[in-house]
Design a protein around this ligand. Structure first.
Ligand SMILES: [Zn+2]
Length: 262
């Protein structure tokens, strides 16, 4: 039987959409969007397919993945069975490489780090103490590469001890400080330094033109990022009319045409 890496390398997600007879998706930028064919929840933009990376993501379920994950979720079958069905459908037979020998075809996200300017304290010094490969983060469900993309990591000492520390930027990309995300449902879910006033939104500095998506927590932003969705933010303050005014002005400046909520 074909192994997962071979399947991901040789079958496109568009072909798998055909295989599953998933239709009605609308091209939006470099993605296809529509109602989620797996959970059938959310609105007509909840389900996002990124053909260039051969992956999908559902904002309602906060889950996504490869062509194999898509077949598994859609048909409610284990991944191994999904792999078998794809291989059978597309006539992929035995592989000469054997499992584990072919590199996973999905390339790691390698966006450049945003430019940063030191604020009141030296964020680079603080970052040196963060561990993006700590085991506790794997249990949290955010891959190391995503934690690295966000310049964060497990914090072993100080205020954020035992938490995932992530830099918080203003909309221009200047680091304002670090927040500590709870890894095991401890409270508060987001911890800020004493006296720190968070900006209205997390991840706003990375947003480009097009559709801006508002999710409920930093963890949801990281999950979406992990699935190649870049223009995703979450509020760090209550959504008062003033805060909504700032996002409206920001959207105009960045030429974001639509705002989605999940
Ligand atoms: Zn879904």
């Amino acid at each position: 039987m074909a192994d997962f890496a071979q399947i991901k390398a040789s079958v496109t997600i568009a072909q798998v959409l055909d295989m599953l007879v998933i239709t009605g998706l609308t091209p939006t930028g470099d993605t296809l969007r529509g109602y989620c064919p797996c959970c059938k929840e959310g609105n007509n933009r909840a389900f996002v397919v990124t053909p260039a990376r051969n992956i999908f993501y559902c904002f309602s379920e906060k889950k996504g993945g490869s062509v194999i994950d898509l077949v598994a979720r859609f048909r409610r079958i284990p991944e191994a069975e999904a792999g078998r069905q794809i291989a059978a459908h597309f006539g992929l037979n035995g592989t000469s490489n054997g499992p584990g020998k072919v590199a996973d075809n999905v390339p790691a996200i390698s966006e450049g780090s945003p430019e940063r300017k030191p604020g009141g304290f030296d964020p680079r010094e603080y970052m040196k103490n963060l561990d993006p490969s700590h085991a506790a983060l794997k249990d949290f469900g955010i891959p190391e590469q995503t934690v690295r993309d966000f310049d964060g990591g497990y914090c072993a000492k100080g205020l954020n001890r035992g938490r995932l520390a992530l830099p918080v930027h203003d909309d221009k990309g200047t680091i304002l400080g670090f927040m500590g995300l709870a890894l095991k449902a401890e409270l508060p879910e987001i911890l800020y330094p004493k006296g720190f006033e968070p900006p209205p939104f997390f991840n706003l500095h990375r947003v480009g033109a097009g559709t801006l998506t508002l999710v409920s927590s930093p963890r949801d932003v990281l999950r979406a990022w992990d699935n190649s969705l870049r223009d995703v933010i979450c509020p760090l303050v209550p959504l008062t009319p003033d805060v909504l005014d700032t996002i409206t002005a920001f959207m105009r400046a960045r030429q974001c045409d639509t705002l989605e909520f999940y």
